[in-house]
Ligand binder design. Structure first.
Ligand code: ATP
Ligand code: MG
Length: 410
């Protein structure tokens, strides 16, 4: 085993930093922290990482574990800003010196420099500056390595909190946001395309519980659409660290009606029907809105005129977290959250109900006339009857979505 391996073996905890929660009132903060702890425990359970406890300590959370894999796993829990595998020592200068020498010596191979960043909360008979000087001196003496203040090869952080000092060399960036479950519920329209899973994920990142909903457009779209939607919902369940209730509605019969009556309006009528049904499910499920993956002007149904026409069909707010992003930015996010590969698997056929030249400037009055002719209420009620639920569990084989490769090959 390498020296570095030895060092890894000795961690006794993972320090967890969280951001925005810290600025809430005491009562809200305490509730958010409890939710975060619970979500961290779920994630550790899902990743099968052994730990003794997850404890709150004034603005920090500590995972008591000897497994350094806990650091990246916990970094992917919504609300976490960053994590560090730490070694704990007593908060005396003597104890810190020997712990520091033990940690950095194996890392300071020939010619490498080091630096120390210390911070302190509580009452002690030394300052942060004293820590840097005393511990730095001890490392210099033991290893002969030079101190470098900016960009040293090895950066040692020392965080002293009351009676304990936490020493670490690594900071794993977290996913950020708010703990899942601290905000309300939204219905997430998930198409199996690239954008909608990203939109749903961004709402989860802000603490919302999601209810994924898919409209099955069979016979206008093959099975692949449905399979992709299921796969991305499984990936979202991994991020959530808990099962998701996935709703599927059959949309094909309505599409046939739209196509017959108003071919160039099919896409807009289709989206209005989706929104109408999603809004009714939102009410039944105590959700506060729906989330979709549109960005301005990306396709014909996403012009501002058409969004106006589509929006009107929903009587709950429609959230569009991707509205100002470019396709390349959506793809980058989709890669980061692991859904890109799932959204692009299999054949890439498009919906055959769509007209070659769909309207980009739908007229509200005209749409309403068509919908009156279609007896839209009855048609919606009929479609809503096809609603079926499926419980989707976080799937161990998709654990990779939490940490896809930096330059994934897909
Ligand atoms: P995506 O990449 O998410 O499929 P898109 O760019 O293909 O989006 P549209 O087809 O115009 O865009 O759909 C806009 C949004 O409507 C989607 O992002 C999604 O939220 C929702 N949506 C579209 N088709 C479906 C479907 N079959 N089931 C559920 N939601 C859908
Ligand atoms: Mg699509």
């Amino acid at each position: 085993m390498t020296n570095e391996g030895d060092e890894m073996q000795r961690i006794d905890a993972v320090l967890v930093r969280y951001g925005e929660i810290g600025i809430k009132s005491d009562r809200v903060r305490s509730r958010y922290e409890r939710t975060l702890v619970n979500n961290i425990e779920r994630m550790l359970g899902f990743c099968a990482i052994p730990y003794e406890a997850v404890v709150r300590d004034f603005g920090r959370i500590f995972v008591k574990t000897r497994d350094s894999a806990a650091a990246p796993a916990v970094a992917s829990v919504f609300g976490v800003v960053s994590t560090s595998p730490v070694q704990t020592s007593a908060a005396t200068l003597d104890a810190m010196q020997s712990a520091a020498v033990r940690i950095v010596s194996p890392l300071l191979t020939e010619g490498k420099s080091f630096g120390i960043r210390a911070r302190r909360t509580g009452t002690h008979d030394y300052s942060s500056k004293d820590i840097g000087e005393v511990v730095g001196g001890a490392i210099e003496k033991a290893t002969g390595a030079p101190v470098r203040l900016s960009k040293p090869d090895v950066q040692l952080f020392i965080e002293v909190r009351a009676g304990s000092a936490y020493l670490y060399t690594e900071v794993v960036p977290g996913v950020g946001g708010l703990p899942l479950g601290t905000q309300g519920k939204v219905i997430a329209l998930v198409s199996g395309g690239i954008d909608s899973p990203v939109a749903a994920w961004l709402m989860m990142k802000r603490g919302c519980t999601i209810v994924p909903l898919f409209f099955d457009c069979e016979p206008y779209l093959g099975d692949t659409g449905r399979q992709r939607a299921e796969a991305v919902v499984r990936a979202l369940a991994v991020w959530a660290g808990r099962p998701l209730d996935f709703a599927v509605v059959h949309h094909g019969a309505s599409l046939s009606e739209f196509k017959k009556l108003a071919p160039r309006m099919t896409c807009v009528l289709c989206k209005r029907m989706m929104y109408r049904i999603a809004a009714s499910i939102a009410k039944a499920e105590n959700a506060h809105g729906i989330v979709t993956g549109e960005s301005i002007g990306q396709v014909a149904s996403q012009t501002t005129q058409n969004l106006l026409a589509i929006d009107e069909a929903s009587d709950v707010p429609v959230y569009r977290p991707l509205i100002g992003l470019d396709k390349t930015e959506n793809i980058k996010l989709a890669r980061r959250i692991g859904t890109y590969r799932l959204s692009t698997a299999g054949d890439s056929s498009n919906c055959t109900a769509a007209h070659r030249h769909p309207t980009t400037n739908a007229d509200q009055e005209e749409l309403k006339r068509y919908e009156a002719e279609l007896l839209i209420r009855e048609l919606s009620a009929e479609e809503a009857k096809s609603l079926a639920w499926q419980r989707v569990f976080p799937d161990k084989s998709l654990q990779w979505v939490l940490n896809p490769e930096p330059n994934p090959p897909w």
